[in-house]
Design a protein around this ligand. Structure first.
Ligand SMILES: CC(=O)[C@@H](O)[C@H](O)COP(=O)(O)O
Ligand SMILES: NCC(=O)COP(=O)(O)O
Length: 245
């Protein structure tokens, strides 16, 4: 089974657009959890365009006492981000190599050039007790290098998977993700996935063995607007329950 972690960045984006507190991020996290979701993901970016650092603290307070529910905080490992993780102590921290002005996440770490940069950061984060995941392109060589680090997991960056899902390249691209996931598991790295996943492409993605968690936000919020939260979450949970082991 694969766990679904709902990314609530876009709930916060809508909230920030009016300078009031509607939609309330905490209330929507509770609604997702009440529908059976066992993970909430946020990405507090440096400019706080959507999720703020206070959201992270408030969600940490909400989720910390809830058995079996995990908070996953994603972000670039700036000093400010690392201090936030040390304060909130989420179940999982996912490091992404995003620049402050990036529109969205669009690449994984390069362990050829960034392994030394990440080494003290991973050591520091592990001391907080958080599980550490690193955002990675589906590249077997990168997986092999990441396996030599203190990372517990990788998160496969699935934008290409989604982009090519309905093209003639799908089988080739799917194989890349499959090979990266199998190599990671062989080397003792656990595997998550995320970015641009949706109800259409998720089933095939989680047919790859060993995908422990998918974090989904952008498309999920759009689908909730179209179909309603209960129907959408029901479909996602059914897909995740039928994932390859
Ligand atoms: C790491 C990843 O692929 C997504 O969580 C991404 O961080 C979403 O960020 P935005 O919601 O700001 O596009
Ligand atoms: N790590 C991926 C994530 O949290 C959500 O990405 P998206 O579904 O908003 O593209």
């Amino acid at each position: 089974m694969t766990e679904l972690s709902v990314n609530v960045n876009k709930i916060a984006l809508l909230r920030n657009s009016r300078g009031q507190d509607a939609p309330n991020v905490i209330e929507f996290a509770k609604k997702f959890i009440d529908l059976g979701v066992r993970g909430i993901t946020i990405h507090p970016r440096q400019d706080e365009r959507h999720i703020t650092r206070q959201d992270a603290r408030d969600l940490g307070d909400l989720i910390r006492p809830l058995d079996g529910i995990e908070l996953n905080i994603e972000g670039y490992p700036s000093e400010e981000f690392l201090q936030l993780i040390e304060e909130v102590k989420p179940a999982q921290t996912t490091l992404v190599p995003d620049a402050p002005d990036q529109l969205t996440s669009d690449h994984g770490f390069d362990f050829h050039s960034q392994a030394e940069f990440l080494k003290p950061i991973l050591t520091r984060l592990k001391k907080t007790g958080t599980r550490v995941s690193v955002f990675l392109d589906p590249d077997v060589e990168q997986v092999q290098l990441a396996a030599k680090s203190e990372a517990d997991r990788i998160e496969l960056y699935t934008e290409e998977y989604a982009r090519e899902f309905s093209t003639e390249r799908h089988a080739e691209v799917h194989q890349h993700y499959h090979d990266a996931a199998v190599e990671a598991n062989k080397l003792g790295l656990e595997v998550n996935g995320g970015h641009d996943l949706n109800l259409e492409n998720l089933g095939k993605f989680v047919s790859i063995p060993g995908i422990l968690e998918v974090s989904i936000g952008h498309a999920l919020v759009i689908e909730c607007l179209e179909q309603g939260m209960p129907a959408v979450i029901k479909q996602y949970l059914e897909i995740c329950a039928n994932a390859a082991r």
